[in-house]
Design a protein around this ligand. Sequence first.
Ligand code: ADE
Length: 418
Amino acid sequence: MNYDVKDIGLAAKGKLRIEYAGQEMPVLKLIRERFEREKPLAGVTLAACLHVTTETANLAITLKAGGANVGLCASNPLSTQDDVAAALVAEYGIATFAIKGEDNDTYYKHINAALDMGPDMTMDDGADTVAVIHSERKDLLKKIIGGTEETTTGVIRLRSMERDGALQYPIIAVNDADTKHMFDNRYGTGQSTMDGIIRATNVLMAGKVFVIAGYGWCGRGLAMRASGMGARVVVTEVNPLRALEATMDGYQIMPMAEAAKIGDIFCTLTGDINVIRKERFAEMKDGAIVANSGHFNVEIDIAGLETIAKSHRQVRDFNEEYTLNNGRRVYLLGEGRLINLAAAEGHPPSVMDMSFANQALCAEYMRIHAAELEKKVYAVPMDIDQNIAALKLKSMGVNIDTLTAEQVKYLSSWEHGT
Ligand code: ADE
């Protein structure tokens, strides 16, 4: 088996952590047990480009239990947990290509190594695998039946490929399942981003002005947590509806040009490019902390920051101090990459349980239905989404009501009014 990990000697530690995380992933466990019996992915080679974490390990093990031959590479150069990568190879026999801190060339070498396994399916987080296949590895297209995509940014890229007529196989947008974005993007990103910022800085949140760029599901989640820890939350938005929502949720809204002057901590979660530009850094207070929790490291204009900095040094893990020409210091976290995965461990397993249950069930769905699908981006089938919600509630010991026959009849009738 081919693999490339930092240190295979870390495998024992990784295995313990994978098992520990697995205890918080009951829905995925149920799926794994069924997959072991039914082998729905027998004969499928699956190239997965995901953050290599304890949670992803539990997904990879589930896919393998279902009969898949899995090749796993990282979906971000800084998100790999090296002990997990080692354990996947040594303890679970899963071909893994991922090293925390890998450079750009190695990142793409690893994607290509997973693709060299000749996938029938792809599983992406950010659509880098799909992009490589459609540009440099078109030879692989004839074998691929379909794929899945984990995140908002990836779904946006794929829809743009679909619009351009470029997409060559069907993809299920796992991100768009309710049991994914309502929980992973909101509660997962909210908690893990806060975790990453705190680990990189040890800053006290109480009393700080916390500026959040982007009020999508991730921004909402982070705003809740920052506010809950005593920070004064300022939101910047371009979308009037979202800005209105943030206002009525009790936050202060203003353009970044104003927020830059008053913020203590800044975090971008927009999915777009150059959200904090060079001129904003010069306006920030001395000691401002700047981080990103959007998928790619494009939201903070680091090149611009470097042009107005007279010196630069690393002061803690994932924390670089830039002293600007105006004498003020700005702290850039995690090289502007996803701070929750760079400086912390990403979302907790309990929330990834639902995201990855969607991934596993959508891989199975794709295996069965690929021939009926067009070269388009598809929603997660409603019954998969509902089933995951029901199983998650059950695993949490939460019971809900069911409609009476009279209520079902009422909801499907139109005769009753005032
Ligand atoms: N994305 C966000 N958190 C994650 C995690 N813990 N594992 C895999 N992907 C993630």
